[in-house]
Design a binder for this molecule. Structure first.
Ligand code: PEP
Ligand code: MG
Length: 518
């Protein structure tokens, strides 16, 4: 470490803590990144390509199978086209011969081929084909990356993951590995990768100049996400100072005193968190992010698997409430390789709208929830609602499935309020549901047209919207929850309590900081 100069870079804290280890660059945004390889690595690169092609074929076939009883014929056609592309021997031959000739990584070669193809085409039909090609190449590169990550898994070193943007599946998949911290350029506090990192206690600093880091000679990196800085190539003295600090980290004592009329619930995104919940003094689970819960499965699990998991979680809570949010997929939540190619509207097909277009996914999940509700402590929460009609359609599906499966017990249904439009019509939405839940991550992002929630004070517009929602819930005598990350900031918490919010759902990591007043 002495041959390298110590450099300190500043960044934005997304998840607190201190981590140190060897840097690993994992670029998820520009996955077709230019990258030279050595002569001796050529055969290894070709073998990784072949393995990734086999894995990609398996995945597409699996997705096709899971859709086979479905009416999603467009998805079906797309998957068939993708299988044709992946089975095309000309593409495989071209990639392998170019890896040999140009001595570039698979990612770089696939990126080049794609670019050349796009330049050549004028016809709209072939432009569509280019999208499919891009999707297949993306899948292959992701699989190549995971073969590379597999290699990392075997490493016994502590590692710091560096990427221009950490995507949620990165944050999730490398969880089991020896990862000490994340560094990125563009993640925001509310990004889902940041939420996962916080829930898994992985220190995370963003807004860091990754290009600069790439050009440095790196030996070791310390991520001090308590003070918003990273130390590159620490001196022996710095290294020792941090080693002592990491050893001295003890669980923080509760420091936020709250009144007994405030109820704390937990936000849950993984099964690991469920196991941590046992001793926590919470009123229940205020937000089960089901789209994150199954992220490790790669595809959405069957009704039976979902049923078993929801039932297990509900019974762990005894009679305390479990609010299960229906899959919030689409938009920036493109998990399980499910994207809707029938729309060019990025926001238009997220959450409830995605579910209404993908009836099998919706109905499987609702059926699993209805069957799992044996203790009568489960509530359904609808994500990313914008219109009353969306709620009515979901409720109709619930009634239909209750009838079909002879389940006549009542189940309460709530709506997320996380789009400004929904906040503005919350007086009408409340009439259709049993409770509301404010999602401040999305509500602030789309109200303020900004990724970053102001760290200093709540914007006047958010105060107005939240006041409105509090009033409609009070007038209609229906419960209101607030489940965004905003509560991690105690300044905001007090302000929200003053505004009349009393049910907070919080990341498990932050629960220990709270203590009820005597
Ligand atoms: C929110 O938007 O505040 C929220 C809780 O939902 P998610 O972060 O899962 O989008
Ligand atoms: Mg949201």
């Amino acid at each position: 470490m002495n041959d390298f100069q110590q450099i300190i870079l500043k960044g934005q804290i997304l998840s607190r803590g201190i981590g140190y280890g060897k840097p690993i660059f994992l670029d998820s945004v520009n996955i077709f990144e230019e990258n030279k390889i050595l002569e001796k690595e050529i055969e290894e690169e070709i073998s990784k390509f072949k393995k990734a092609v086999v894995e990609s074929k398996k995945q597409i076939t699996q997705i096709k199978k899971s859709l086979s009883k479905d009416k999603l014929s467009i998805t079906f056609d797309i998957l068939n086209t993708q299988l044709e592309i992946i089975n095309d021997p000309l593409i495989s031959e071209e990639v392998t011969s170019r890896i040999k000739k140009e001595k570039k990584s698979i990612e770089a070669i696939l990126g080049d081929i794609l670019l050349e193809y796009k330049k050549k085409i004028k016809d709209p039909f072939f432009r569509e084909k280019a999208l499919d090609l891009a999707d297949v190449f993306k899948r292959i590169t992701t699989n190549v990356k995971s073969i590379k990550v597999d290699v990392l898994k075997k490493s016994s070193f502590k590692s710091i993951i560096i990427s221009s943007e950490i995507i949620p599946s990165d944050a999730f998949e490398i969880d089991s590995m020896n990862i000490s911290a994340f560094i990125s350029f563009s993640n925001s506090y509310e990004s889902h990768a940041a939420i996962i990192a916080r829930s898994k206690n992985i220190p995370f600093i963003s807004n860091v100049n990754i290009e600069k880091l790439k050009n440095l000679n790196l030996s070791e990196v310390i991520v001090d996400a308590d003070n918003g800085k990273i130390v590159v190539n620490p001196t022996i003295q710095t290294h020792e100072k941090y080693q002592v600090e990491v050893k001295n980290i003890v669980l923080k004592k509760p420091n936020i005193k709250i009144n007994k009329n405030i109820s704390l619930y937990a936000n849950v995104s993984s099964m690991a968190e469920i196991h941590q919940l046992v001793e926590k003094r919470i009123k229940g689970i205020g937000l089960l992010r089901t789209e994150l819960l199954f992220l490790e499965n790669k595809t959405i699990p069957s009704e039976q698997i979902q049923y078993e998991i929801y039932k297990e979680i509900a019974s762990k809570l005894d009679d305390r409430p479990l609010i299960i949010r229906l899959f919030d997929l689409g938009g920036d939540k493109t998990f399980f390789n499910i994207t809707d190619k029938t729309t060019s509207d990025f926001f238009g097909c997220r959450g409830v709208r995605f579910l209404l277009k993908n009836k099998k996914i919706l109905e499987d999940q609702i059926t699993a929830i209805l069957k799992a509700n044996v203790n009568q402590n489960i509530y359904i929460l609808i994500p990313f609602v914008k219109d009353i009609e969306e709620i009515r359609l979901i409720k109709n599906s619930i009634y239909k499935l209750q009838k079909e499966h002879n389940i006549f017990s009542d189940i309460k249904v709530g709506s997320m309020i996380e789009i400004p439009a929904a906040a503005l019509i919350s007086d009408e939405i409340i009439k259709e549901v049993d409770f509301l839940s404010i999602g401040t991550n999305d509500l602030s992002r789309y109200t303020l047209a900004s990724q970053n929630l102001s760290a200093t004070q709540l914007h006047q517009s958010l105060i107005k919207l939240i006041k409105m929602i509090v009033t409609v819930c009070k007038e209609n005598k229906k419960p209101l929850f607030l489940c965004g990350e905003i509560i991690a900031n105690t300044k905001f918490l007090n302000q929200l309590i003053e505004l009349g919010v009393s049910n907070f759902s919080i990341a498990i990591k932050h629960l220990d900081a709270f203590e009820y007043k005597d």
